[in-house]
Design a binder for this molecule. Structure first.
Ligand code: ADE
Length: 224
């Protein structure tokens, strides 16, 4: 899979994809993330990509020209399954959307900044608007990294243990059960006996039970 991220502050995304699981995903050829500087598509000698809002009001707006130029440039090489725009008024991102997007081949993610982007971009280029929660960040770069991370780790082969993504929280609308590692006892704090028993069936039953209990306590909305 390939993800092209368009940003007017690309340095904010420097290095995020060069560590840990995402780095391995790239090296193994599972996922490629390419960051594009929107300013490279400006026709302006100062590389400006924003302008005042028509009708007045505070805040600058990202213009349609550089965005259209960048998207069309990318589209001249390949077909994109979706063009996402990160915005607090988009559909709230969840595991189900991550699952669906992880099965696509090519994605563009456009990061907003300032007061937003010209509405015509949203109407004519964007296929899906995504929010990562009901709070406002200074730009779409962190949301783009959040969404890309959630998607890439689901691509088969990216995680060491293939079952590992399937047992993540939210995968069956259940939160993940508690996990423990050595030592089996720390200052009198013991790991639940069942996990040391080696009895696979009983351990799986216990984990499911714990997942349900945790979901009932913390996120009863998921069980409805
Ligand atoms: N840009 C600013 N805030 C955002 C949010 N909560 N989700 C997605 N994009 C954003």
């Amino acid at each position: 899979m390939r993800i092209d991220i368009i940003s007017c502050v690309p340095r904010l995304l420097d290095s995020y994809f060069d560590h840990s699981i995402l780095k391995r995903a790239k090296e193994a050829g599972h996922a490629q993330v390419i960051i594009h500087d929107l300013r490279d598509y400006s026709e302006n000698k100062h590389r400006q990509v924003d302008d005042y809002a028509f009708g007045g009001g505070a805040g600058m707006v990202l213009g349609i020209e550089p965005i259209a130029k960048c998207i069309r440039h990318l589209q001249s090489f390949r077909i994109y399954d979706e063009i996402l725009y990160m915005t607090p008024d988009g559909d709230v991102f969840d595991q189900r959307t991550a699952n669906r997007l992880s099965m696509t081949k090519n994605l563009i993610i456009l990061c907003g900044h300032y007061k937003g982007i010209d509405e015509r971009v949203r109407e004519h280029f964007i296929t899906k608007e995504v929010s990562i929660g009901d709070y406002v960040l200074s730009g779409g770069e962190l949301p783009a990294a959040v969404v890309s991370d959630a998607i890439i780790r689901l691509i088969p082969g990216v995680l060491n243990d293939e079952t590992s993504a399937l047992t993540d929280s939210f995968q069956d609308n259940l939160l993940a059960p508690p996990v423990y590692t050595r030592p089996a006892e720390f200052e009198g704090l013991k790991v639940p006996e069942i996990l040391l028993s080696g009895h696979e069936k009983k351990i799986n039953d216990w984990r499911l039970e714990q997942s349900i209990k945790r979901t009932q306590e913390r996120r009863p909305d998921l069980l409805k």
